[in-house]
Ligand binder design. Structure first.
Ligand code: PLV
Length: 326
């Protein structure tokens, strides 16, 4: 049983004008649970039920928890979600509305995850990791199968996505490779202060960040998955880091251009097409083709935002800028 559905792929004329190429948006923000997460999590939970598990224990920055709660409701399984203190109340409430129990533990997702692992050892319980499991990557790969049929097999010149722990990246690359699109470059975007993939690419080994200082808490895995690091040897993946301000500004721009509200974790990917110098730089380095015709952005969505939070972040970030200028 699929717990996700096919999301729209829309061509954005407004963003295309800014980016200087044809920009398509894969709208995972309208997916069940408000983000792409249900693709992988739904598949994983279904498999765990098939193995005889009865209860789901999820650790999450928010969106994976919502997806697990949704999956549990559909599959008739009880769900407990462990979130860190940084997960906003709107998200905690949304998880509870899906019928799951919420436990708040630790400052960042890493501490919440440690605790969830200790709960999951009870017989009948399945631990639902938000990104680091082959079932998750399998489920996320459905995004590319859909994209391929929506573009009628026409290969895009590049794909842009956000990276937290790397589950989306791993799934999308798997999907690209199995669709005969193994040469499509992937621009893998993080924000400053949640940039564990960039740090790992630079060091050539996994790096654990001391803290998550970005507002994009849902990109806040202190260490990226080993699979993501391994994939840079198999696929053209270009790690890119944008400032929080660019991510938040891009959320506003998407709201204005398309009347869609997404969280900064998603704004990070949108920042690449709203700030075309990023594409230009990659072209100049020979990483993207010239001319660049078609770019697909995975609008991963996210529930950890409302209009008040977005304007609070905007104010805080412009204050930081003012302080820097003094
Ligand atoms: N969020 C995870 C991990 O948080 C979660 O628990 O929900 N965009 C959005 C809106 C997300 O929520 C996430 C992951 C990502 C992008 C990155 O996905 P990943 O982890 O598969 O690279 C700490």
């Amino acid at each position: 049983m699929n717990l996700h559905y096919e999301t729209p792929l829309v061509e954005s004329e407004l963003i295309s004008q800014v980016a200087g190429c044809r920009v398509y948006l894969k709208l995972e923000n309208v997916q069940n649970g408000g983000s792409f997460k249900i693709r992988g999590i739904g598949y994983h939970c279904t498999k765990e039920q098939g193995r005889g598990c009865e209860r789901l224990i999820s650790s999450s920055g928010g969106n994976a928890g919502i997806a697990t709660a949704y999956a549990g409701r559909k599959l008739g399984m009880s769900v407990t979600v462990i979130v860190p203190q940084s997960t906003p109340n709107i998200t905690r409430n949304r998880i509870e509305k899906e019928g799951a129990a919420v436990i708040v533990h630790g400052k960042t997702w890493n501490e919440a995850n440690e605790y969830s692992l200790s709960l999951a050892t009870e017989p009948g319980n399945a631990h639902i990791h938000p990104f680091d499991h082959p079932n998750i990557w399998n489920g996320h790969s459905s995004l590319v199968t859909e994209l391929n049929s929506q573009l009628q097999g026409t290969k895009p010149d590049a794909l842009v996505l956000s990276v937290g722990g790397g589950g989306l990246l791993n799934g999308v690359v798997q999907g690209l490779q199995s669709s005969g699109w193994g040469d499509v470059p992937v621009i893998a975007v993080e924000t400053n202060g949640a940039d564990s993939f960039a740090a790992a690419c630079k060091a050539g080994k996994l790096v654990t960040l001391p803290d998550i200082t970005s507002v994009a808490k849902c990109l806040g895995a202190k260490t990226v998955s080993q699979r993501s690091l391994d994939l840079i040897k198999e696929h053209p993946i270009y790690s890119t880091v944008v400032p929080d301000k660019a991510a938040v500004d891009s959320c506003y721009k998407l709201l204005d251009d398309h009347r869609l509200l997404v969280e900064p974790a998603c704004g990070a990917a949108l920042a690449v097409v709203y700030n075309p110098h990023i594409l230009d730089d990659l072209q100049q380095q020979g990483k993207l083709p010239t001319p660049l015709r078609t770019v697909v952005v995975i609008v991963c969505g996210g529930n950890c935002v409302d209009i008040e939070l977005l304007s609070k972040w905007k104010k805080e970030l412009s204050k930081q800028d003012e302080l820097k200028m003094v």
